[in-house]
Ligand binder design. Sequence first.
Ligand SMILES: *Cc1c(COP(=O)(O)O)cnc(C)c1O
Length: 450
Amino acid sequence: MEKRKKFMLSEADIPTQWYNITAEMANKPQPMLNPQTKEPIKAEDLFPLFAEELSRQEVNQTDPWIDIPEAVREKYKIYRPTPLVRATELEKALDTPAHIYFKNESVSPMGSHKLNSALPQAYYNKLDGTTNLTTETGAGQWGTAMAFAAKTFGLELAVYMVKISYEQKPYRRSLMQTWGAQVIASPSMSTKAGRKIITDHPNYQGSLGTAISEAIELAMQTPNCKYALGSVLNHVALHQTIIGLEAEKQMEMAEEYPDVVIGCFGGGSNFSGISFPFLRHNMTGEKHTRFIAAEPASCPKLTRGRFQYDFGDETGYTPLIPMFTLGHKFAPANIHAGGLRYHGAGSIVSQLLRDGLVEATAIRQLETFEAGVLFAQTEGIVPAPESTHAIATAIREAQQAKEEGKKKVILFNLSGHGLIDMSAYDQYLAGDLTNHEVTDEEIDKVLAEN
Ligand SMILES: *Cc1c(COP(=O)(O)O)cnc(C)c1O
């Protein structure tokens, strides 16, 4: 029988609501805490930092479905619904009985899933009368998405970009500037947080944690200015569920249901997005899908971090978040998957991991690029270095299916393409890339300072 390659929805099928998994979790995530009073954070406490509706979404543990504003749905049409693709060519190359599907979030104009949350974040800020936004970006994916979203809804944006990426990925900087954003390499001299770390560590290449501190500091000091975060927080995971909700309909078209769902893991937004809509059927006992978060071995918060309250940023400006963490002072190695170089995990995924509802695995850099090249050579898409972690995990699962001679349905999220990450592929092809290990001693040392 001829195999169908792509499963496409029409614009009318774009979901009208996001799925809020916390409303249906038996064990709710613990609340964020005010670092001074240790009191749980209420929506109002977040108003100085985030748009009011985003603050309410952040703490909402009661409503399972949240309406997507019509203006946001309208903009989603620029690139949504995204295709679900059966990786038939990869299956052949692996000679596996497994059926491998991927949700192709790389088709957004910025090349990643990040726009799914950037658009609502800009929209809700506009509603509140915000004029300026600040944000951070690692590899530049979030910054580019936010730059376009800010422009779309008429806001000014300043982006703190992790210095190593600012240097490695100059075209992401130009993209942000093309969409009208101001871009500053972080750590910078423009904030107290930046000046302190430059003074303490003059050659520091930056991290997401530091860039977040700088962006928050600028937002707090500027009138009518709010801050936007591209991952980790509950409202970001909420917006990303549009990925899994579409995928659920598309898997129905394929007349299959995933045995395994995989996403790469930075702070958790794309993994949450592909997983939560399927996970709700596990929680009712109807289905028994496995959910695997794939993180880099050099930044292994889920597999080797500790569950505790920690700050979301390097300086300690955020509320305390209950998370699996390597410590907010953790400085990850300079791997090319810049979007995965973050010390902690979002509180929903952290709770799900504690409860055994999701799993995690850590992958070394060379295995991820090997998977990325195989995927490019078979399916034609050069994946983002972040997404290669999901691909490598899917390949491991497909190989295991082959060894066991079992059919298995694998679904992974292709969170982005790598066309602006070719310097990383250059280094890999030249044999210049290495694995970065982090020792238990290093992890213990940073956590001891927490
Ligand atoms: C930002 C990013 C990630 C990691 O962030 P999550 O919030 O964990 O999804 C993964 N892939 C791509 C392409 C990204 O841009």
